[in-house]
Design a protein around this ligand. Structure first.
Ligand code: ADP
Length: 357
């Protein structure tokens, strides 16, 4: 028998439950030294014929396993309704990404979507949530990787891990690959300081992107960054749609407060209280708001303990409702994490390179 590239492929039994044979499907290597979990993971990626897909055959099993167990998220469990505000981003993403993933037969030719999306803006504004919601809404497999871990944790191996990531994604289509802090991978800072290994990693990444961009694969790459100004031209070219994810509006901040407290049955604030909280939290990100609610919800508990009730004897009824004053106290601890200077940089970049429509 001949493999796709003309190599001799030793005859194997097409029995996908026969884990003893699985690595013989990876370029005829022996499976000595592989533990059962690695074998099981490879078995799950085998096609109906019991063969490991071509793309995975020359990859290291432990990297394939790492992608399958640590990077692939089978159930991201985030929905549009969980994300406050960002109506513009949701609308663009639905049209550009979700519909094409759901109906590839319609979105071809002139309607073929771009395969790269950039979400940029301050930290903690919901970029990762959007990535997860896309995967959920489009019934796609979600892969999450932080680019800085590729350059720091996987020194010298990042390139191989990138190949494994795109290889496994192509076996799990439709797939969404979310690359957080993509600037640390595709930065324009070239110099004496740039190591040979990070240059190779970047090249490998661009090659993989090019590969699925030209093909019929249903893989979408989403890059997220708080530093869009550091992306180089090659990165901008491949991330064709670039959406600004700004700080939450006043309504979105109110929604986050209400939603988080309601989930725990703690919402007792009046409209006036909510309006006051919104005024006081101008400049807070979604994640700052979450931290603020957490801190404020500790207020009634701290007060009960101050009054001498022991924590082990404390009953829920002993605690008063969360009040505006708890938010005012919490605001002394939880400050906005984004400065107005930084916001200016995002807005400028959005004007120059963002997809405004
Ligand atoms: P980013 O990827 O932009 O840094 P995340 O999506 O990881 O931010 O958000 C961090 C946390 O902040 C989320 O888990 C969520 O609790 C909260 N959050 C941020 N933005 C929003 C939003 N628009 N709606 C609801 N929660 C939000």
């Amino acid at each position: 028998r001949r493999g796709v590239r003309g190599n001799f492929v030793p005859p194997i039994r097409s029995n996908s439950t026969n884990s003893g044979n699985v690595t013989s499907r990876i370029a005829g290597k022996s499976d000595d030294g592989l533990d059962d979990s690695t074998k099981r993971c490879l078995e799950m990626l085998c096609g109906p014929d019991g063969e490991l897909p071509e793309k995975l055959r020359n990859l290291e099993p432990r990297l394939i396993e790492h992608v399958s167990n640590e990077i692939m998220d089978r159930d991201p469990n985030v929905h549009w309704d969980d994300i406050a505000g960002l109506e513009h981003a949701k609308k663009c993403v639905t049209e550009m990404v979700i519909w094409p993933l759901l109906r590839p037969d319609i979105f071809k030719g002139c309607r073929a979507p771009g395969r790269g999306l950039l979400l940029f803006g301050p930290p903690g504004t919901g970029k990762t949530m959007i990535g997860k919601a896309i995967a959920g809404e489009a019934k796609a497999t979600f892969f999450y990787i932080s680019a800085s871990s590729l350059t720091s944790k996987w020194i010298g191996e990042g390139e191989k891990l990138v190949r494994a990531l795109f290889g496994v994604a192509s076996c799990r289509q439709p797939a969404v690959i979310f690359v957080d802090e993509i600037d640390s991978l595709l930065s324009q800072r070239k110099s004496e300081g740039e190591h040979e290994s990070s240059r190779r990693l970047k090249t490998q990444f661009l090659i993989e992107m090019e590969g699925f961009d030209s093909g019929s694969e249903q893989i979408l790459l989403i890059g997220a960054t708080n530093r869009p100004q550091e992306l180089d031209e090659a990165a901008r070219r491949r991330l064709t749609k670039r959406l600004y994810i700004p700080l939450p509006s006043s309504e979105a901040r109110a929604w986050i407060v209400r939603n988080l407290l309601e989930k725990d049955g703690l919402f007792k604030l009046s409209e006036d209280d909510i309006n006051a909280i919104c005024k006081l939290t101008l400049g807070y990100s979604g994640s700052d708001m979450k931290n603020l609610v957490k801190d404020a919800s500790m207020g009634p508990l701290r007060e009960a303990l101050r009054q001498g009730i022991e924590i082990t004897k404390l009953k829920k009824e002993d605690m008063r409702a969360v009040m505006l004053q708890d938010f005012e106290t919490a605001m002394q601890e939880v400050r906005p994490s984004v400065s107005s200077n930084e916001l200016g940089i995002y807005e400028e970049w959005n004007k120059q390179f963002g997809s405004l429509a």
